[in-house]
Design a protein around this ligand. Structure first.
Ligand SMILES: Cc1ncc(COP(=O)(O)O)c(C=O)c1O
Length: 388
């Protein structure tokens, strides 16, 4: 069920849209007035209080940030760790897992490479092997093929809900089930999904999930959220760690390492407080709008974009059923950087990946922005048929 939302009112909170046609949320979500005000509040607390702001405001802010993310995914705040990046999150989780020479980690060619990199580095030290499941199409990974690589040797399975290179929605639930039956941990990279597609981590019984503020959570850079399910927290002991992981961090005792019973045990050091402020407002915006509503809206805009482009003869990497597609659309192109530059000259911001122009509208965009982008692309195609 979706509610009536006044999309124009929400759009008015993003002043960037007064100046440019912004269709690149999968790279960076826009700054809302609320996140900007929060950033200014942070500056104010720093200016007026200096270090005492830690105790009056900042530590508490990290807790309210965790609570806001927990609300979005139906978890509890104690199950959320704040990290600086997905790379750091996977490094900490990796450090919890002993890998002998025969042990394996399974991921895919379409998952964000930082995951494979971590385990490749361990492989170089004789610690386990990484199986990277291939994608024939570079659009999606065949689920049965993925599953066939999981065995009793597998210690961790890591994949994404939405592939950053194509916008395909991965059938991760089947993969999770097979990981579970082989007693492997399941790590979901949800960076390109949380905020644009609903998720309930308890319903899906996910072990570990990461997502970040940069894109669909409208929070800017510097904050990644890692959910670790309650039952797992005490079973995982990181060796990549620090004083924020300690149960009694403010005793400053170098002789013991006693991990926190909450997901804080996966945090290492001081979080970026300047990033916490806008990140919290970004999450509030998403929670207040409702992810079901957002999905409804972005599916409408994405369908408009895709149907218009197909009608004009563009080649797209999209599934037949758009219910399996998120708001990231790839248009095949012989010279993507040129097209991105030409669109920029027309006031339209998109991005490119090898062989493709990437367009990713969000709820704050509207139909006329989609039409504008389609028209400029169509003119480029008419002026040089070798481009598309
Ligand atoms: C699916 C996915 N995972 C991870 C990342 C980024 O990882 P990190 O926070 O380590 O830079 C991105 C960013 O572009 C992404 O799209």
């Amino acid at each position: 069920m979706t509610n009536d939302v006044n999309w124009q009112n929400l759009r008015n909170q993003f002043p960037t849209l007064d100046k440019i046609n912004y269709l690149n949320t999968c790279s960076l979500g826009l700054l809302s007035n609320q996140s900007k005000d929060a950033l200014l509040t942070y500056i104010d607390t720093w200016t007026t209080q200096g270090a005492s702001a830690w105790y009056s405001d900042w530590l508490e802010k990290t807790n309210s940030l965790k609570a806001e993310f927990a609300k979005l995914i139906n978890a509890s705040a104690d199950e959320i760790a704040i990290m600086p990046s997905v790379s750091q999150a996977i490094a900490v989780i990796s450090s919890c897992i002993d890998l002998g020479t025969d042990d394996e980690v399974v991921t895919s060619e379409l998952d964000f490479p930082t995951i494979a990199h971590n385990f490749k580095a361990r492989e170089l030290k004789g610690q386990g092997k990484v199986k990277i499941v291939k994608s024939e199409s570079m659009e999606y990974v065949d689920t049965d093929k993925f599953i066939s690589q999981i065995s009793e040797k597998t210690k961790l399975v890591a994949t994404s809900r939405v592939y950053f290179l194509s916008g395909y929605i991965n059938d991760y639930e089947k993969i999770l089930k097979v990981a579970r039956s082989n007693k492997a941990l399941f790590f979901l990279d949800d960076y390109q999904a949380t905020g644009q597609l609903p998720i309930n981590v308890k319903d899906k019984d996910i072990d570990i999930m990461v997502s970040g503020g940069l894109k669909w959570l409208l929070g800017g850079s510097g904050i990644v959220y890692m959910y670790v399910k309650k039952e797992l927290i005490n079973q995982l002991e990181p060796s990549v760690t620090g004083w924020f992981s300690h149960k009694r961090q403010f005793e400053f005792d170098p002789h013991t390492i006693e991990f926190s019973d909450t997901a804080a045990r996966f945090e290492t050091g001081t979080p970026s407080i300047s990033a916490v402020y806008p990140a919290e407002q970004g999450l509030k915006f998403i929670n207040d709008t409702g992810v079901e509503n957002i999905r409804h809206r972005t599916l409408h805009l994405t369908s408009l974009l895709i149907n218009s482009l197909i009608e004009l003869g563009f080649s797209l990497k999209v599934p037949e059923d758009l219910n399996n597609h998120a708001s990231i659309t790839m248009i095949e192109c012989s010279n993507p950087p040129f097209v991105v530059e030409e669109l920029k000259k027309a006031g339209i911001i998109v991005d490119s990946r090898p062989g493709c122009v990437r367009i990713s509208p969000f709820f704050y965009n509207n139909e006329s922005e989609i039409d504008h982008c389609v028209n400029v692309l169509s003119n480029l195609k008419n002026s040089d048929s070798s481009l598309f």
